[in-house]
Design a protein around this ligand. Structure first.
Ligand code: AKG
Ligand code: FE2
Length: 300
């Protein structure tokens, strides 16, 4: 898991125009952990939630799940909850708040929740890639400038985590600590912009288009159990906004490995990480593209 997460962080760094190993230092020591979610059948599922709505606070989440399904993600445009159909032999990958802050909102963490059903028990196992507790999280210097100032105040990850854990999943009168508590108000940002220059700068990826990806599937080979494929060589293609979720930050990526080829589902490629060479620990598998699944996988 750690290895896969590390490879994904390398891809994300490249997509931001940063060196591939940009994030490595943050994870030399870690607070990463795995959670085992068990959702027993619930006689009145409409009145219950498995996990309430939240954004993952960590850097990256790699979620393994069975075929029951229950994960829902919130579409940003209209706040509608979309059902994510489980994909066999695939992980779901979520951008967490830490990447959101490091990227100064180029990447957004997606709001999600887990539903229960009346018939089947469901299991999910998220792995949360998290930096050392002493990490001060703040927008990366390389991604901010006068026209595009930092949108978040720095915060200490260990303190954030402890505060979150103390109150998470509990019905308290006080609101749980959230990343937007560290967000610098728009009015303050506007003042900063006014005082520098009036250029309105749309935050873009290296290749020009806004990145709209926050949830992705990444495959694992059944015979390897939960051990993940790892990416060795990457040539990042261009990023385009999702045709399906134009203004949302939910986009789903699937890499399908079939011998030396990839399969595209559907043919529309939203994010194309061309010539991605993937090497499993034991055998070499080549993936030539990361492709986007259609909305077939996200039921409305
Ligand atoms: O069970 C799921 O699909 C999601 C669980 C989750 O969001 C979490 O544990 O943070
Ligand atoms: Fe989550």
């Amino acid at each position: 898991m750690e290895k896969l997460a590390c490879k994904l962080m390398g891809l994300i760094a490249l997509s931001l125009g940063l060196p591939k190993d940009k994030f490595h230092g943050f994870f030399k020591e870690q607070t990463s952990f795995i959670r085992l979610n068990d959702y027993p059948p619930c006689p009145v599922p409409d009145l219950a939630l498995g996990v309430g709505r939240h954004k993952d606070a960590m850097a990256l989440t790699i979620l393994a799940q069975d075929d029951v399904g229950g994960l829902e993600v919130k579409r940003k445009t209209d706040g509608e909850w979309l059902w994510v159909k489980p994909t066999p032999n695939a992980y779901i990958i979520n951008i967490g708040d830490i990447i959101r802050v490091w990227s100064n909102d180029i990447y957004e963490s997606v709001e999600h929740r887990a539903m229960v059903n009346s018939e089947k028990e469901r299991f999910s196992i998220p792995y949360f890639l998290s930096p050392a507790h002493y990490t001060n999280v703040q927008p990366l210097e390389e991604l901010i400038n006068q026209q595009n100032p930092a949108k978040y105040k720095p915060y200490n990850w260990g303190k954030f985590l402890v505060t979150r854990k103390r109150s998470n999943f509990q019905k308290l009168d006080v609101e749980n600590i959230q990343i937007y508590h560290f967000k610098i108000p728009e009015s303050e940002l506007a003042e900063k912009l006014d005082s520098s220059s009036n250029i309105v700068h749309q935050q873009t990826s290296v290749r020009g288009a806004p990145i709209t990806c926050s949830t992705a599937w990444y495959p694992f080979k059944e015979e390897d159990g939960m051990s993940a494929a790892s990416m060795e060589e990457v040539d990042v293609g261009f990023w385009q906004p999702s045709p399906y979720f134009p203004a949302t930050l939910l986009t789903i990526i699937k890499v399908s490995i079939s011998g030396d080829n990839f399969t595209t589902e559907p043919p529309q490629i939203l994010i194309s990480l061309k010539s991605v060479k993937t090497t499993l620990d034991s055998a070499s598998v080549y993936v030539t593209a990361l492709t986007i699944l259609s909305q077939d996988n996200v039921e409305k």
